[in-house]
Design a protein around this ligand. Structure first.
Ligand SMILES: NC(=O)c1ccc[n+]([C@@H]2O[C@H](COP(=O)([O-])OP(=O)(O)OC[C@H]3O[C@@H](n4cnc5c(N)ncnc54)[C@H](O)[C@@H]3O)[C@@H](O)[C@H]2O)c1
Length: 502
């Protein structure tokens, strides 16, 4: 018989716990919220009142309904108050010793039939369950930030979880208005395994000075239509949580892309944990909201475009319309652009080999147009500051957000996006989850406009495979090599991974 859950305990009312308590109370359940001490409890109360108060201010909730929701939540500093709960979910910091200590206690306090759940982002649910006398009743219930808004709940069962419990927890998630995706117990589950690799990789790009925080954020937000750039998201998640998740991923995978980037360690050690402490990659104090600098205007009398096909013709037309004299050269003969003040080579691969064929190699930049809004501008080792600034200005003139970067395979967007898509194919290949669940998880857990397989189909499997080959050739990073499934689908001429494997 299916279990019923009416009274739910939530331990830890920080970034996640307060939101989770609100979600349960909104669905009509009674909630007991537990914090470590009175000060933290007061912060938890503020979170709850603030979040529901904002919903009232936006007209999404009436004051009566807000009171009803808050009235269902009892706040306490005593774990002993959880004795009668049907389900307890914890959202304390991502540290295994803390979780194990808490679960041993919950096992002692809670009634024998109670289910114990963890909101861990990455830690082994199996290892947490093993500290209790009821490992069959321990499960992962992983919400996403902000919990009242994000629709996904990952339900994580272990090898000893009792039959039917994952289905009951998935039903509970649906009752909360969420979409459950049920998976086994692997570090990072679906979303964080794919997401944190990407976020950590973005940190690595800043460390290697491929581009800047602001430019990378703009590239992923405006170019790929992710709801926010990687550094804004890291600050939202919390850099301490992000660091811990990367550590856990690395311990399981030994993939150095999961090893937390040194900049994360540095910021965490300095206590700059993101939004929750008022500063992380960005400052959040009043008056210091993230800003994107603008470059000075520069004088250009002739623009050279290197490229063939529609993009070159379209760019020429845009420059014409904006009143600039522009000429096009195909890559075989660069003579027409030899006298241009700035030479724009349309390419998503390194362009330094074109620069060295010009009389003024310092005038050449690479340009990669991403979607409708972004232009990646690649400076080679020879590019002058003036040419880079001129290209930057020109992109603004034609209505594109310029993203500055170094002349490396994949530039910014493809260097971040393609390995993420490849990771999703590897996950599918490993049998851990399905096309539909992985797509749903990334759309609903991260607010992405499309899941990785939808993106793969839209971009084209061959284009992504070739982009990954170029990245691998440049960086020799083993995980950049195209997943065998991707390579084989391209070789076999299969156009859609969703139709083939979905
Ligand atoms: N931040 C995210 O985006 C996110 C998303 C999904 C899951 N998670 C997971 O949720 C958990 C909590 O993360 P967070 O970001 O909310 O952390 P947080 O630091 O914002 O909140 C943790 C809360 O737990 C409280 N706490 C600590 N020890 C406690 C104890 N012994 N008893 C009761 N309360 C205690 C703290 O006072 C704090 O309020 C972690 O496992 C994390 O991996 C986080």
């Amino acid at each position: 018989m299916a279990r019923t859950f009416e009274t739910v305990g939530v331990v830890g009312l920080g970034t996640m716990g307060a939101g989770i308590a609100e979600v349960f109370a909104r669905a009509g359940l009674s909630v007991i919220g537990v914090e470590a001490d009175e000060a933290a409890l007061a912060r938890g109360r503020d979170h709850l009142e603030g979040s529901t108060g904002r919903a009232v201010a936006r007209g999404k909730l009436t004051t009566e309904r807000q009171q009803e929701i808050l009235g269902r939540i009892t706040l306490t500093t005593s774990r002993e108050d959880l004795a009668d709960a049907d389900l307890v979910i914890e959202a304390i910091p991502e540290v295994m010793e803390f979780k194990r200590g808490l679960f041993a206690d919950l096992d002692r306090i809670c009634k024998p039939s109670a289910v114990l759940a963890t909101n861990t982002s990455s830690l082994s649910v199996t290892a947490i369950a093993a500290t209790t006398s009821r490992p069959a009743q321990v499960i992962g219930m992983h919400f996403f930030n902000p919990a009242p808004i994000m629709k996904l709940v990952e339900v994580i069962h272990t090898v000893v979880t009792e039959d039917g419990l994952a289905a009951d927890i998935a039903d509970l998630a649906r009752r909360l208005g969420k979409t459950p995706v049920t998976v086994g117990d692997r570090a990072g589950f679906v979303v964080n395994r794919l997401l944190l690799s990407y976020l950590n990789h973005a940190c690595g790009l800043v460390e290697s000075r491929l581009s800047t925080r602001d430019d990378i954020d703009a590239a992923m937000k405006l170019g790929v239509r992710f709801p926010m750039g990687p550094f804004t998201l890291l600050d939202l998640i919390g850099l301490d949580t992000s660091y811990e998740v990367c550590e856990v991923l690395f311990r399981e995978s030994r993939d150095r892309r999961h090893a937390p980037a040194p900049v994360l360690r540095e910021l965490v050690t300095a206590g700059l944990l993101g939004r929750k402490t008022g500063r992380g990659f960005y400052p959040y104090a009043e008056g210091t909201a993230p800003t994107h600098e603008t470059a000075a205007r520069s004088a250009v009398s002739m623009v050279g475009i290197v490229g063939d096909g529609q993009d070159a013709a379209a760019l020429l037309a845009r420059f014409d319309a904006a009143g600039f004299k522009a000429v096009v050269a195909e890559t075989s003969d660069l003579t027409p652009v030899a006298g241009a003040d700035v030479v724009i080579a349309l390419s998503d691969t390194p362009v330094v080999e074109l620069a060295v064929r010009l009389p003024h190699p310092e005038r050449l930049v690479g340009l990669h147009l991403v979607g409708d809004g972004v232009a990646e501008i690649a400076s080679t080792v020879l590019t002058s500051d003036e040419a880079a600034a001129a290209a930057y200005d020109l992109m603004k003139v034609i209505g594109r957000a310029p993203v500055r970067c170094r002349d490396r395979a994949g530039l910014v967007v493809n260097a971040l996006l393609y390995p993420y898509l490849n990771d999703a194919v590897r996950m599918l290949e490993s049998g851990y989850s399905t096309v539909e669940d992985i797509d749903n998880a990334m759309r609903l857990g991260c607010g992405y406009p499309a899941g990785p397989f939808e993106m793969l189909d839209a971009i084209g499997l061959e284009k992504v495979r070739d982009g990954l080959r170029a990245l691998y050739a440049e960086y020799r990073e083993p995980s950049f090599a195209p997943a065998p499934l991707l390579d084989q689908l391209v070789t076999a001429g299969v156009p859609s991974i969703r139709e083939h494997a979905g």
